[in-house]
Design a protein around this ligand. Structure first.
Ligand code: TYD
Length: 207
């Protein structure tokens, strides 16, 4: 099973992913966690370019879209497909839907063009389950300290982040079987329990 977590910056994805992975491992499952961009040696270099380490960043959102998907292609081929093939559960901290939300809804690139790039990069691999940790955009950014912020958090205005958050909600509404929308402002343990129920239900359904 392939599970992705999506949501605006600061929605608490990584904390929830750690908790879910620990729970599934304790139940005897092999769990592989990945983060985007990155997760392979080439992908980490692409991540450094995208996040502006070293002082330069792409300026055209088309370049962003292609770089995110170059990193993604390598991750799918080297990590995600082999893990799924041996029966592991893969949990991704962001996947292709982030490109649609950020470069599409956020930066205004056409969704159909982005979908074609994503299909090519992923060879058609789609998560079985996507958990949207929904949060008001301003709230999420406020949760992150200035130091930990990426260029996507620093460099874009509040309206950009509102479009991203609304984009995620639109994607979730369009594919309600795959997506589960969760209120990320809920108490951490409560959110973890909701996620656990959803994932256990999905795992039971595949047996
Ligand atoms: P990261 O530090 O991983 O942020 P987070 O912890 O919030 O996931 O930085 C990734 C940034 O890149 C984040 O602001 C979202 C953005 N992004 C895109 O714009 N497009 C994409 O396809 C992906 C995967 C991420």
């Amino acid at each position: 099973m392939f599970i992705s977590f999506e949501g605006p910056d600061g929605s608490g994805k990584s904390t929830q992913i750690e908790a879910l992975a620990a729970e599934l491992r304790a139940a005897g499952r092999e769990v592989v966690t990945v983060r985007e961009p990155g997760g392979t040696p080439a992908g980490e270099k692409i991540r450094a370019i995208l996040l502006g380490e070293g002082g330069t960043v792409p300026v055209d959102p088309r370049a962003d879209a292609l770089l995110f998907n170059a990193s993604r292609a390598q991750l799918v081929a080297d990590v995600i497909e082999p893990a799924l093939a041996r029966g592991a559960i893969v949990i991704a901290d962001r996947f292709a839907d982030s490109t649609l939300a950020y470069q599409g809804y956020g930066s205004g690139l056409p969704l159909d063009a982005l979908r074609a790039i994503i299909r090519f990069a992923t060879a058609g691999r789609i998560p079985d389950l996507t958990l949207l940790l929904d949060l008001d955009a301003g709230h999420g950014l406020a949760r992150k300290s200035g130091r930990g912020r990426t260029r996507f958090e620093e460099g874009f205005d509040a309206a950009f982040h509102e479009r991203v958050a609304a984009g995620f909600r639109a994607l979730a509404a369009a594919e309600p079987t795959r997506w589960h929308l969760l209120d990320a402002s809920a108490e951490r343990g409560h959110l973890a329990a909701q996620i656990s129920t959803i994932v256990r239900g999905a795992l039971a359904a595949t047996r």
